[in-house]
Design a protein around this ligand. Structure first.
Ligand SMILES: *[C@@H]1O[C@H](CO)[C@@H](O)[C@H](O)[C@H]1NC(C)=O
Ligand SMILES: *[C@@H]1O[C@H](CO)[C@@H](O)[C@H](O)[C@H]1NC(C)=O
Ligand SMILES: *[C@@H]1O[C@H](CO)[C@@H](O)[C@H](O)[C@H]1NC(C)=O
Length: 817
């Protein structure tokens, strides 16, 4: 088809040379032109002239002449590219040679290019390497394609295969040749597409156009454009607290799309507090997080560990591990004493709050629910108060004297499984309240004191105990002040306030005071103090400190004559009687009588116990008229005391016979005194007789027959009464329990008798009687004062001591009168 379309162009150039223009590659035999005609030659001439075509320089003959027609025909393939290459015009000079005559005609063959060559690249494959980080607009030079044809038949354009990343930029050089540049239109991503293959086509301008292709292989080089990516944004794990060391918490993993060094991932913790650094370890290569320490829920219930993954170039990404620590019952409850009001007074009412206790358990939920109790049998309990607080209150009465300390153990148990518990001891002391009075060890005390004791000597001690504490139990003794026969008790006794030892303040005299009672108070030092009393009875025991007192005969009496003894006195007749008393009692007052000196030792004898002086034999005329006896009276005390007296006995029937008495005139008493004496005699005698009758009646009724026989006149002057008898104090209590024993001699030699009377029986009547007698005595005004006093003393003595004594007294008074 191509061949048909060409045309041959014949032109005459300026030289007149014929030129033929025709396309290359015409078939052999194709007619280029009719040269004969064109040269104006006869066809016959050609054959005659043996026409032929010559080329300059013996070159290949490309065309021939048809001698018959004169047509110029293609003899050989004419390849313009072979003949002329890239020359713009391809001209071959040819000559037509004729012989006979030799004729030479020049003509030119101008060969026209046809598009018979395709563009060609040097290689079939272009390898390009590009970094994925190359920016948009980057250019990459591509090889030029070559086309042997010229002009429009050479490479006119390039076409790049459609693709996502590149566009083609065709550049025309100055010489008109064109080449392509690959321009990055959209960034590459190695991670998406490691290589790109493109086909580049070069197209010439022939008709039809021809083309050549080359493959472009783009290898995308890695750039570290990818950070590692964690598999999870946050790793959530839960782990029980106290998990063992080396427990794997979690393994984190991150991937990096980059390759090689750029894709090597190293794990690290982000910023960690120091405690966490010790608790966790992270394997930088495997991403395994392990425990290197213990987790404590109570410290931290949730832990966030920032982690990062880094690639070789340092690109990093971040994530976090959130550890939810699971509580384990690993904390025992803690009991704290917030306040304690100790000591607790023992009078605290039940329900008194003694202390406040707080319980804490650091565990959570049930593990931290605590119950608190006291398991002992103590009068205290725990009352739950506001959350976790308990009041310790008393539940009963306290008594320090029974139990002064309590060791209370408080137990707190949580509700975990297994439950944990703890205990706390509280030592509670009970404070004393002065609630116990001192108690004496005995209900009453008795003390016996020998009379004539040294003042200040201790006589007994009392002791009281008080179980209260310190001063509340410190006992102080004191005497309760009272009067003891008119004198304050403190003048008798004193007590050591601390020891309770009772001392005598004075020397006691049994004859004055036989017993007494005092109240001793024991008082503690509390405030207010408590006290109790005890009775101390003091009994004074007798000592032989009184020598016998001879009442009759009076030592200062008549030294001339004590008794008259009738001359006719027979043997064993009673002559006189020595009357002595001893203020002591008992053995100390048991008197014995002895004649220690006599004018005629054989004549008189004395009753050892009766003191009766009797004749031993009949009195004879030869006996001296004056007989003197010295009698000693001894008591029976341990070291016996004695007294002596002299008796002057006158053996005579008539005083007138006695020469010494002859001129002795009677004392002239005043008539007034006589008058009063008569009155006194009458009244006392009357009283005495009445008394005697009553007494004898009583005695006989009781079949006791004391014979009170006093023969002869016995005068006892009142002044010789023992003074202590008159001084006896009137406090009845002193004698209330004291039995007054009187040992008296009687007329009987063989029998002593004893009157036993308790003064108490007679107190009331005696007092009344005493008053009456007192008034009677008062009537005796004008009576000799000494005598009256004696009289009164006698009466008092009777009523205060013993009527038996009074009996003798009265009797003696009468005799005296
Ligand atoms: C309390 O405990 C202490 C020491 O443990 C002990 O000496 C004391 O006797 C105890 N008191 C009571 C009341 O148990
Ligand atoms: C004694 O008892 C009183 C209350 O009666 C009390 O206040 C005081 O503290 C007690 N003294 C001692 C030493 O216990
Ligand atoms: C002790 O005696 C005194 C005086 O008689 C009296 O006031 C007091 O109440 C008595 N105390 C006791 C505990 O009997």
């Amino acid at each position: 088809m191509f061949g048909l379309l060409f045309f041959v162009l014949m032109v005459h150039n300026a030289n007149g040379d014929v030129s033929y223009s025709f396309p290359e590659e015409m078939k052999r035999g194709s007619v280029i032109g009719n040269i004969a005609k064109d040269l104006g030659l006869d066809v016959n001439r050609l054959s005659s002239g043996n026409a032929r075509i010559d080329t300059e320089g013996n070159r290949k003959r490309y065309c021939d002449i048809n001698l018959n027609t004169g047509e110029l025909i293609v003899a050989e393939r004419i390849d313009r590219e072979g003949l002329c290459g890239k020359k713009a015009s391809c001209v071959m000079k040819q000559e037509l040679v004729l012989e006979n005559p030799l004729e030479l005609h020049r003509f030119i063959l101008n060969i026209q290019d046809i598009n018979d060559n395709s563009p060609l690249f040097k290689q079939t494959l272009i390898n390009l390497e590009m970094s994925e980080s190359a920016v948009k607009g980057s250019r990459y030079l591509l090889d030029e394609a070559h086309d042997a044809d010229i002009g429009v038949n050479s490479v006119q354009t390039y076409i790049l295969q459609n693709n996502d990343h590149f566009i083609l930029n065709v550049v025309t050089r100055e010489n008109g040749r064109k080449y392509g540049e690959l321009m990055l239109n959209k960034e590459l991503d190695r991670e998406q597409q490691k290589e790109v293959t493109l086909i580049l086509t070069a197209v010439d301008g022939g008709t039809p156009p021809r083309s050549g292709t080359v493959a472009i292989h783009v290898t995308v080089l890695d750039a570290n454009d990818n950070a590692p990516v964690f598999s999870q944004a946050v790793y959530k794990v839960s782990l029980p607290e106290n998990s063992p060391l080396d427990t794997v918490v979690v393994t984190v993993s991150a991937t990096d799309a980059d390759e090689g060094h750029n894709g090597e991932v190293i794990y690290e913790f982000g910023h960690l507090p120091e405690t966490h650094m010790k608790t966790f370890s992270l394997d930088s290569l495997s991403g395994e997080i392990k425990l290197t320490g213990l987790l404590d829920y109570e410290e931290e219930s949730s832990i966030e560990l920032p982690i990062q993954a880094k690639d070789g170039q340092g690109l990093a990404s971040y994530s976090a591990v959130v550890i939810d620590v699971v509580d384990i019952n690993d904390n025992v409850p803690i009991i704290m004493i917030k306040s304690l009001k100790i000591p607790v007074p023992e009078n605290a009412l039940p329900g008194t709050e003694v202390g406040v206790i707080n319980v804490q358990d650091r565990d959570s939920e049930n593990n931290g629910q605590v119950r608190c109790s006291i398991q002992q049998n103590v009068p205290f309990k725990l009352v739950p108060s506001i959350k976790n607080y308990y009041s310790l209150v008393t539940t009963g009465e306290l008594d320090r004297e029974l139990l002064s300390d309590y060791n209370i153990t408080i137990t707190a148990t949580d509700e975990g499984s297994p439950p944990l518990s703890s205990t706390k001891n509280i030592h509670l002391t009970v404070a004393d309240v002065n609630d116990n009075p001192p108690v004496f060890q005995e209900q009453s005390y008795r003390a016996h004191v020998q009379e004539n004791n040294k003042p200040g000597s201790s006589i007994c001690s009392v002791s009281a105990t008080d179980p209260d504490w310190r001063q509340n139990g410190t006992v102080v003794y004191s005497l309760l002040s009272s009067d003891l026969s008119g004198a304050p008790v403190s003048s008798f006794l004193s007590i050591n306030g601390d020891t309770g030892v009772i001392h005598a303040v004075r020397s006691f005299d049994y004859e004055q005071l036989k017993s007494f009672k005092v109240l001793v108070m024991a008082r503690d030092n509390g405030s207010p103090p408590l006290s109790s009393n005890v009775t101390v009875s003091v009994f004074i025991t007798d000592e032989n400190d009184n020598s016998p007192q001879i009442l009759y005969p009076s030592p200062e009496g008549n030294s001339f004559m004590t008794e008259m003894v009738p001359k006719a006195a027979q043997a064993r007749s009673l002559v006189s009687k020595v009357i002595a008393v001893d203020a002591d009692s008992g053995q100390n007052a048991w008197l014995s009588y002895h004649i220690i000196k006599a004018t005629d030792p054989g004549l008189f004898t004395i009753g050892v116990h009766s003191g009766e002086i009797r004749t031993q034999r009949d009195i004879s005329e030869s006996d001296n008229m004056k007989q003197n006896l010295i009698v000693s009276v001894r008591d029976n005390g341990q070291s016996s005391l004695s007294a002596t007296c002299a008796l002057y006995l006158l053996i005579s029937d008539n005083l007138a016979e006695v020469p010494e008495l002859k001129d002795k005139s009677r004392d002239e008493s005043s008539s007034k005194l006589t008058f009063y004496l008569i009155i006194a005699l009458v009244s006392v005698s009357t009283f005495f007789l009445t008394f005697i009758i009553i007494i004898l009646a009583v005695r006989f009724c009781r079949r006791r027959k004391p014979r009170l026989l006093f023969d002869g006149a016995v005068a006892i002057p009142s002044a010789y009464l023992p003074p202590n008898y008159a001084d006896v104090e009137g406090a009845g209590t002193l004698r209330s329990t004291y039995n007054y024993d009187a040992y008296l001699t009687t007329g009987s030699r063989t029998s002593d008798f004893k009157f036993v009377r308790s003064y108490n029986e007679d107190t009331l009547t005696a007092d009344l009687t005493l008053k009456k007698i007192q008034s009677a005595v008062d009537d005796l005004e004008g009576l000799d004062a000494e005598m009256r006093d004696s009289f009164q003393v006698g009466l008092e003595y009777f009523f205060k001591n013993n009527w038996v004594d009074f009996f003798f007294f009265t009797f003696n008074i009468c005799v005296f009168i």
